[in-house]
Write a protein that binds this ligand. Structure first.
Ligand code: NAP
Length: 271
């Protein structure tokens, strides 16, 4: 027997955005291992299928009788027209979602105000904020009707603390924080839970995308310290989801041990 009870995950249906890589992919696999069904969504169909296969393997290895249904749905959450018809694309037997993980998001560039790309600004807001809001809006009515549900949003340390060179991304994550806070307050008289996960540095494709494919620039972000891994954040998400129904983990702020703020960290000197 393990110390903590994960039986509340059994047979739950979880919808994860941005499940094709990083935190979303690791979260899908961990829910699969815990006996849940997972709807994996993102833009890259091939990458999604690989993660769905990993879910199937993890579920099989866990040997659980519950869950085990894994479907992939290609969607660009920044495109409102794709969100409109989204519910109908979910297989009927999985339409009763228990947990929505709004994870899709990105940052591009480290430009300062004055040099910002307004296209990048629109893209980041459309994905990190408008997509997250639109998807939440889609499921919350159903959650209210069924008097159940859990919305788990991926915020960031950048939603608690602004930093130079991150104005747009920080603004999007502050928006996620404000939206999540309002949602939790609106749902205070319901059993619906609302959680915001706020990671510090996590080594995923995140920095490669920020530096437009420049792997060595991305590697420098994590040089000299041990960043979080996608699996560390997946554990926090699954942990929040598996608490008893009367417990709402409102905010989970997670840092690598050698990071203390967005700009303060300790890097071991090179020998
Ligand atoms: N890594 C960090 O240091 C860190 C720290 C704090 C917070 N976060 C947040 O954690 C979340 C996950 O990031 P990650 O680190 O796991 O990065 P990642 O490995 O780059 O994963 C991002 C995911 O978002 C999906 N995505 C991006 N744009 C999308 C769109 N328009 N429509 C649908 N899906 C989209 C990507 O899939 P496709 O490309 O296939 O669409 C991918 O699956 C993000 O919200 C990020 O802001 C990350």
């Amino acid at each position: 027997m393990t110390v903590f009870n994960a039986s509340r995950l059994l047979g739950k249906t979880v919808l994860i955005t941005g499940a094709s890589s990083g935190i979303g992919a690791a979260t899908a696999v961990l829910f699969a291992k815990g006996g849940s069904n997972v709807i994996l969504t993102a833009r890259r169909a091939d990458a999604l299928q690989k993660v769905a296969d990993q879910c199937t393997a993890a579920h099989k290895e866990a040997g659980l009788q519950h869950g085990g249904k894994f479907v992939t749905i290609q969607i660009d959450v920044s495109d409102r027209s794709q969100i409109n018809g989204f519910l109908e694309r979910i297989p009927v037997d999985l339409r009763e979602i228990d947990i929505l993980v709004n994870n899709a998001g990105y940052v591009v560039g480290v430009d300062k105000v004055g040099d910002l790309s307004l296209d990048n600004m629109e893209g980041m807001f459309a994905t990190n904020v408008f997509g997250l809001i639109a998807l939440t809006q889609l499921f919350i009515k159903e959650f209210k009707k069924r008097k159940t549900g859990h919305v788990i949003n991926l915020g960031s340390i950048a939603g608690r603390e602004a930093y130079a060179g991150g104005s747009i991304y920080c603004a999007t994550k502050h928006a996620v924080n404000a939206f999540t806070g309002s949602l939790m307050r609106e749902l205070v008289d319901t059993p619906i839970r609302v959680t915001e996960i706020q990671p510090g540095m996590v080594e995923t494709e995140f920095s490669v995308i920020r530096f437009k494919g420049d792997q060595s620039a991305a590697d420098k972000v994590y040089e000299g310290l041990q960043p979080l891994m996608a699996e560390d954040i997946a554990e926090e998400i699954v942990w929040a989801a598996s608490r008893p129904p009367h417990v709402n983990l409102a905010e989970v702020f997670v840092l690598p041990v050698n990071q203390a703020s967005a700009t303060l960290n300790y890097r071991a000197p090179k020998l």
